[in-house]
Ligand binder design. Structure first.
Ligand code: FAD
Ligand code: NAD
Length: 479
């Protein structure tokens, strides 16, 4: 039997590494097990988020957005940039460097906080034991008073479009293209489809997005989703709704995709195809048979509001449990669970988790949409303000989009904040704080915002809830 720990965390993604660091900070003897092999053939920390998710995708989104600005928008500002071109290999090398810095940084944080990093594949062998199998197949069993499973998720694959290296790829493969495909197919108009579709569209690909459902971004506030669809279409993303993929065939360097829409059977030929139809929990084999941790048929581990599994002392967090598959949700659960294990009271407000889609402009929201509130029978007041009326947005050359605030008609409490606009992902923190602190729309309206900022649109939307926006004509409110 090897070392004994107070806590062993399985998985070093944003759920697991945060849980491990917090537990160590709380004075607990902590280990974190990770098996991810990086590009250099060694175990790396950071999980999906740092290696193949949030960070590399944002590095490509930022580079491709700057390319579009330089190529198409600088002229409006009076900047003569001359011929602008993109070196895709250099863009990819920068992305890889950022990933390497950040994943290496987690190993540094483990050392600084006294977290023991264990390399290998972890398995919950019993309520108090974790078995780790290293790269040579050698198994070691560690004892722990508490175990946190943070095994994350992997892309869903669908039978009509089996992956084929370099040609039919998932999101991980789409972060590795070394040149811009001429014709790019994307299956799924979800968050990954819109973000990665945008990257390659900006660099010159003809992008077609095939989405099975007939409404666009159903989880987003209706007015914001409609505006986003219009803006992405204007940028050149051809989003086909109600398009159900039925098959695909690789023909040399091309892939032919068959799909059915309202007009019948269709087919399109692409140079690359990205399949991004959701992610599923990565829990197969993580818990030994007979331990008693309940999972559902899709592999999600059952947990309560504080991430306790059905076995006392065993917790699960992040993408492998219910709730949105978001890095910050996983991290907050990691902090909550570490605090609980350390004997503190802790809970999370699942109603105040922000969402951001990093297209241009960004789409960000927190809390209820107008349609959610109505479906729940809540009478609402809505305040909206367009960036077209914002001085800062004009100065920034970013007048597209709007901010919307949904407030309870009776109590004025803010129920949701929804923004499509430049820097929406930064502005949404105001909405999160409003929800966390139970603010009224009037609280936001009475707050002094710096001028000129994009955030003033949130202020104006709050004023507009009562029909008192200053920088636009208000719709008459019913008395
Ligand atoms: P993961 O990050 O998946 O980490 C789990 C870790 O556990 C992995 O390192 C894995 O190797 C390890 N592991 C699994 N099983 C074992 C085992 N048996 N033994 C040892 N180790 C094991 N979210 C956002 O919030 N914002 C974004 O902008 C964003 N962009 C994304 C872009 C893309 C392309 C993708 C794919 C995802 C994106 N996400 C984003 C989602 C985000 O990456 C995940 O929600 C987040 O990484 C989940 O964290 P986690 O710790 O639960 O799991
Ligand atoms: P998603 O759930 O966001 O979207 C998948 C889309 O594919 C849906 O619109 C669905 O209707 C569609 N679809 C499913 N099956 C289909 C089929 N057979 N044919 C055509 N369309 C089909 O999933 P995703 O985009 O793969 O992202 C996975 C997860 O990663 C998300 O849950 C998200 O939370 C997370 N993520 C977050 C960010 C971010 O926060 N900015 C970025 C990327 C990924």
């Amino acid at each position: 039997m090897a070392d004994k720990f107070d806590v062993i965390v399985i998985g070093a993604g944003p759920g697991g590494y945060v849980a491990a660091i917090r537990a160590a900070q709380m004075g607990l003897k902590t280990a974190c097990v990770e098996k991810w092999i990086g590009k250099e053939g060694k175990v790396v920390h950071g999980g999906t988020c740092l290696n193949v998710g949030c960070i590399p995708s944002k590095a490509l989104l930022e580079a491709s957005h700057k390319f579009v600005e330089a190529k198409h928008d600088f002229d409006d500002l009076g900047i003569q940039a001359g011929d602008v071109s993109m070196d895709v290999k250099k863009m990819m090398a920068r992305k890889d460097k950022i990933v390497k810095n950040l994943t290496g940084g987690i190993s540094g944080l483990f050392k600084a906080n006294g977290v023991t990093a264990i390399e290998g594949t972890g398995k919950v062998a019993s309520a108090k034991q974790v078995e780790v199998t290293d790269q040579d197949g050698k198994a070691t069993t560690y004892e722990a008073d508490s175990i946190v499973v943070a095994a994350g998720s992997v892309p869903v694959e669908i039978p009509p479009t089996p992956l084929q290296e370099g040609l039919v790829v998932d999101s991980t493969g789409a972060l590795e293209f070394q040149e811009t495909p001429k014709r790019l197919g994307v299956i799924g108009a979800g968050i990954i489809g819109l973000e990665l579709g945008s990257v390659w569209n900006r660099l010159g690909s003809e992008v077609t997005v095939l989405e099975a459902m007939d409404n666009f971004l159903p989880m987003v506030d209706g007015a914001v989703a409609k505006e986003t669809q219009k803006l992405l279409k204007k940028q050149g993303l051809d989003i086909k709704l109600n398009a159900r993929v039925t098959g695909s065939e690789v023909k040399g360097e091309e892939v032919v995709v068959k799909y059915a829409d309202a007009d019948g059977d269709q087919e399109m030929t692409f140079d690359k195809l990205i399949v991004c139809v959701g992610r599923k929990p990565y829990t197969k084999g993580v818990i030994a048979d007979g331990v008693g941790v309940d999972t559902d048929e899709r592999g999600f581990i059952h947990v309560d509001d504080q991430c306790r599994t059905s076995v006392p002392g065993v917790y699960a967090i992040g993408d492998c449990v219910r709730g949105p598959m978001l890095a910050h949700k996983a991290s907050e659960e990691g902090i909550m669970v570490a605090d609980i294990i350390a004997g503190h009271k802790a809970e999370m407000n699942y109603d105040a988790i922000p969402n951001v889609i990093y297209t241009f402009p960004e789409v960000a929201w927190v809390g209820m949409t107008e349609q959610d509130a109505k479906a729940a029978g809540i009478e609402v007041k809505v305040g909206a303000f367009p960036f077209a009326a914002s001085g800062r947005a004009m100065a920034n050359n970013a007048t597209e989009g709007m901010a919307r605030i949904i407030a309870d008609a009776e109590t004025d409490r803010v129920l949701g904040v929804h923004i499509v606009g430049q820097h929406a992902g930064e502005m949404i923190a105001q909405g999160v704080i409003a929800l966390e602190f139970g603010s009224s729309a009037e609280d936001l309206a009475l707050t002094c915002y710096a001028h000129p900022t994009m955030s003033e649109a949130v202020h104006e939307a709050a004023l507009a809830v009562e029909g008192h926006a200053i920088h636009m004509a208000n719709r008459k409110k019913k008395k």
